[in-house]
Design a protein around this ligand. Structure first.
Ligand SMILES: [Mn+2]
Length: 195
């Protein structure tokens, strides 16, 4: 069972993430940020990850700390669930459209944190959600899952669609990268022997 449970508490937020990598896409989400719940639901569904997120954060200030810290905690949980990365495919990529919008996400479980985030949002907010926070989520994730992550929105005029295609493609890319490689079930996929 590739699963993990991580609780992370700071003066700003308390986050609990439980996940099962080889799940069926069930999600129980209570981040306190409804649009983020909608995005995490996409990651679970399209990544086929069972995902529970509970958060209480300093939303009276804004959603910044909560969204960033959920990215961090989700990244820690993925790293814990995946362990030494033996037998995983390592690389994953996906293109996802939603009407006029198209995004591409490429991930490498390289052991090194890195984020390239190129999403020219056409609006500053989606509902109540500050679009800057999408970057914060993925930066937190990349830093703590220790992945190289390239995120590009290639096209799109509706900011909700732009954001949703990014999260869906992220889920799909995770699924591909974390899949067990049937041809190489015991090897760490690196000539270094370690990831
Ligand atoms: Mn939507």
């Amino acid at each position: 069972m590739r699963s993990a449970e991580v609780t992370r508490k700071t003066a700003e937020t308390e986050i609990r993430v439980r996940l099962e990598v080889d799940g069926s896409g069930k999600a129980q989400l209570a981040s306190g940020v409804p649009f983020l719940d909608h995005m995490l639901d996409q990651v679970a569904r399209h990544g086929l990850i069972d995902l529970e997120v509970n958060a209480s954060g300093d939303l009276h200030i804004d959603a910044h700390h909560t969204v960033e810290d959920i990215g961090i905690t989700f990244g820690q949980a993925i790293a814990q669930a995946v362990g030494d990365k033996r037998g995983i495919c390592r690389y994953g990529h996906s293109y996802v459209p939603l009407d006029e919008a198209l995004s591409r996400v490429v991930v490498d479980f390289s052991g090194r944190p890195g984020l390239e985030f190129h999403v020219p949002f056409t609006r500053a907010v989606i509902g109540q959600f500050d679009v800057d926070l999408a970057h914060e989520f993925f930066q937190g994730f990349a830093n703590h899952a220790l992945v190289t992550l390239h995120i590009d929105n290639l096209r799109g005029s509706n900011a909700h669609h732009q954001c949703e295609t990014v999260f869906k493609a992220f889920g799909r890319a995770l699924r591909m990268a974390l899949q067990q490689d049937a041809r190489s079930p015991l090897a760490v996929p690196s000539t270094k022997g370690v990831l």
